[in-house]
Design a protein. Structure first.
Length: 154
């Protein structure tokens, strides 16, 4: 006579089926670390090709430069004025601090280097939310601008 699977095996089977779906749903809702880095690399290529056109695309979210909670930001490397950002355009990057006080803008302005991608961590709300979450931004210097793309850890 065949044996019935134990309750723990049945629960494990259900988890194996449900867990990947919930993980995929979260990944579909928010950008990932790899997607943020890839977007920054595409942004660098666009800036090298035509800076003015690239900045316009970043601000409009065209060409794949706005994807869920991922977007490109760029500040003039000489004076820090944000020339591309969904809602902080015109502000000075060096004055921007994370929601827990970390001077992320100052770090980017001081450390951005041509040809090197660096990373900064800080707390920032997702677009459309007030809840501060841990965020990481990849950034670099290209064509006289400090540009970056951030992603959330949660």
């Amino acid at each position: 006579m065949p044996r019935k699977p134990s309750a723990s095996i049945a629960r494990a089977a259900v988890l194996a089926l449900v867990l990947p779906v919930s993980v995929l749903t979260a990944q579909a809702s928010y950008g990932t670390e790899a997607q943020a880095k890839a977007m920054l690399n595409r942004a660098v290529a666009a800036m090298k090709q035509d800076t003015a056109k690239a900045l316009a695309m970043f601000n409009k979210g065209e060409g794949g430069f706005k994807d869920r909670d991922l977007y490109v930001f760029c500040a003039n490397a000489a004076n820090g004025t944000l020339m591309a950002h969904p809602y902080l355009r015109g502000e000075h990057l060096q004055d921007i601090k994370g929601k827990k006080g970390y001077p992320l803008g100052k770090e980017i302005m001081q450390n951005a280097t041509v040809g090197k991608i660096k990373e900064v961590s800080y707390w920032w709300p997702r677009p459309g939310s007030d809840k501060a979450l841990e965020k990481h931004a990849f950034y670099t210097k290209v064509e006289g601008y400090n540009c970056g793309v951030g992603y959330y850890k949660e």
